[in-house]
Design a protein around this ligand. Structure first.
Ligand SMILES: O=C(O)CCC(=O)C(=O)O
Length: 303
């Protein structure tokens, strides 16, 4: 490598080696102040407009590439109590979200954590818990939704609002990425969550991940995680982008296909495929607007 190229690569590193080591050791890493107040404000403004829109709908609405709804609402949604829980692929309808997922420090840090030669965006979404809303996420591992030929995938969860220990933060099981992949099938149905027995045996010592708006939790794709409803008056809004090593070949359907899926966001494209040993049953894609319907046992597939 030339000295000049070496210099450019070193200068472009945005986290340090101890942070990369911590991510690999614990399976997650929280980095504060990844985005500036101005950058977060642009994301918040677009999101606020979608929440205002949601007051006019009683069902999921909008359309994404595969014909499913872009905006998904919780069962407690009303015009005077908005409960917009998901915006799928916001990069397609907002310049601010597109820039964040494809060209910001979030993408560059994800690239460093994925390692190897480069990283691609796989999909993105907003998960929102507005004040006093019921949305919860059951224990799961992301890789069971997005299997690839190798598991060098990282999920970045950018805090658009302040996330506190009380407003429904993400909970993770440190080091669980070093353990097995647990089936998310319950009998003949893909439910998008681990069994009650796995939860009992492996999910009893969770750690909350929280921080100021602009912070990001980077999470390994095998890490067990979940979150509870928001019973506070403060919103909890996350912009979630999933990145895969550029040499990881996706298996099965992308659950949130987008015109930006597969975009190289860091490093180079080697043209190679790398495989690691994993065994799992392919997921079912939800027929409804998002995986929340699968976890609630309300999806039509297999019903
Ligand atoms: O929104 C959350 O709290 C967790 C998000 C999550 O686990 C997911 O979308 O896979």
């Amino acid at each position: 490598m030339s000295l000049w190229l070496d210099y450019i690569l070193t200068e472009s590193l945005v986290i340090e080696q101890w942070q990369i080591d911590q991510y690999h050791e614990r399976g997650f890493l929280v980095v504060d102040n990844v985005l500036s107040e101005l950058e977060v404000a642009a994301l918040q403004a677009d999101f606020d407009a979608w929440v205002e829109d949601s007051r006019h709908y009683a069902e999921p609405w909008g359309e994404t590439l595969d014909g499913r709804a872009r905006f998904d609402i919780e069962s407690d949604h009303r015009s005077d109590h908005p409960s917009l829980r998901r915006v799928a692929s916001p990069t397609e309808i907002s310049a601010a979200f597109k820039h964040t997922a494809l060209a910001s420090k979030v993408a560059h840090i994800a690239g460093q954590l994925v390692g190897h030669r480069g990283a691609r965006l796989h999909h993105s979404k907003i998960n929102s818990k507005l004040p006093h809303t019921a949305t919860q996420v059951k224990w799961h591992q992301d890789f069971l939704f997005t299997p690839h030929s190798n598991d060098d995938l990282v999920t970045s969860l950018l805090m658009i609002s302040d996330v506190t220990p009380d407003n429904g933060p993400l909970h993770v099981i440190p080091r669980s990425h070093k353990g097995p992949l647990f089936s998310h099938w319950h009998g003949e149905r893909f439910m998008g969550s681990v069994s009650a027995q796995v939860e009992q045996e492996h999910c009893q010592a969770p750690v909350a991940s929280y921080g100021k708006a602009g912070s990001v939790c980077f999470m390994h794709t095998r890490l067990l995680h979940a979150s509870s409803p928001n019973e506070t008056e403060f919103p909890r809004t996350l912009f979630i982008s999933v990145y895969a090593a550029e040499d990881a070949l996706p298996y099965g359907d992308n659950p949130l296909p987008s015109i930006h899926s597969g975009t190289l966001v860091w490093g180079t494209d080697s043209g190679e495929i790398r495989s690691t040993a994993n065994q799992l049953k392919l997921p079912q894609k939800p027929k409804g607007a998002s995986f929340f319907v699968q976890q609630a046992g309300k999806d039509l597939i297999g019903a």
